[in-house]
Write a protein that binds this ligand. Structure first.
Ligand SMILES: O=C(O)[C@H](O)C(=O)CO
Ligand SMILES: [Mg+2]
Length: 257
């Protein structure tokens, strides 16, 4: 069985953020991740994780003005200083939390932007992030997000994420393979995971359609989880879905199974 982590930005949201760590531990998770911890002081987040006895395995670099529709700064020309400040902030949280993986969201391509300029900006930012993170023992990830949910997201396929990882040419830079986004955009999950496996540093999942828990849609998760074992994937697999019921616990049948 893969090693599962609970994404606390989507699971256990029936509780305040700092209480979700304990809830995840009680439900059987040894590890948690989140999208953005920055609304809470790093020492309070660290205390919650320590108190619950869970490892914090992943979160994202700051991603710009979320309320205004921004979904990452990685590919945005002219925003490099802000991206770098975000890397520094993420590193402070990572140190407090003992977290060794940080995910870069590329962002939404501005209308009529030059794709070559966006790509060059993203590669430069990924190199900067790795150069800042690797000496601290932290891996950097880049994730593909589907453009049905986030129209215009620059890195829309895992194949593109893989190309960017190769182009940036840095050790400790990996793909964050989100099974939900990959199913929407590319399908053929097992073959694609097998092909990209040496470059995958973290996996996340939700079912499709609806981004619900395993069993709510079309993906055969028992088979796919067994396949991750068969392929020898040893990293974390993050549950990043919207629970269907009012409480997260009632939708954890897939974990018990
Ligand atoms: O939406 C996703 O799949 C990402 O993992 C994320 O953290 C964006 O908020
Ligand atoms: Mg994801």
């Amino acid at each position: 069985m893969p090693r599962f982590s609970a994404n606390l930005s989507m699971l256990f949201t029936e509780r305040p953020f700092l209480e979700r760590f304990e809830a995840a531990a009680r439900a059987g998770f040894a590890a948690v991740e989140c999208q953005f911890p920055y609304d809470w002081p790093a020492d309070e987040v660290a205390r919650a994780a320590r108190g619950a006895g869970v490892e914090v395995v992943l979160f994202n670099f700051p991603a710009g003005d979320w309320a205004a529709g921004e979904r990452g700064l990685g590919c945005l020309p002219g925003r490099e200083d802000e991206f770098r400040a975000g890397v520094a902030r993420a590193l402070e949280y990572a140190a407090a939390l003992g977290c060794t993986r940080l995910n870069c969201l590329a962002g939404v391509a501005p209308p009529a932007a030059d794709a070559a300029a966006l790509r060059a900006t993203l590669i430069g930012n990924l190199r900067h992030a790795v150069d800042a993170c690797a000496p601290r023992g932290i891996d950097v990830l880049v994730e593909a997000i589907n453009t049905r949910d986030v129209p215009g997201f620059f890195v829309d396929r895992c194949t593109l994420a893989a190309e960017l990882v190769a182009a940036a040419a840095r050790d400790r830079l990996f793909i964050q393979y989100d099974i939900y986004h990959a199913q929407v955009m590319e399908g053929d999950l097992a073959r694609s995971i097998a092909r990209l496996l040496p470059h995958i540093g973290h996996i996340q999942f939700a079912d499709n359609p609806g981004r619900g828990e395993p069993g709510s849609g079309e993906i055969n998760f028992p088979w796919l989880f067994a396949e991750l074992d068969r392929l020898g994937y040893a990293g974390w697999v993050g549950a990043e879905y919207r629970p269907r019921g009012a409480d997260t616990e009632s939708g954890l049948g897939w974990l018990r199974a």
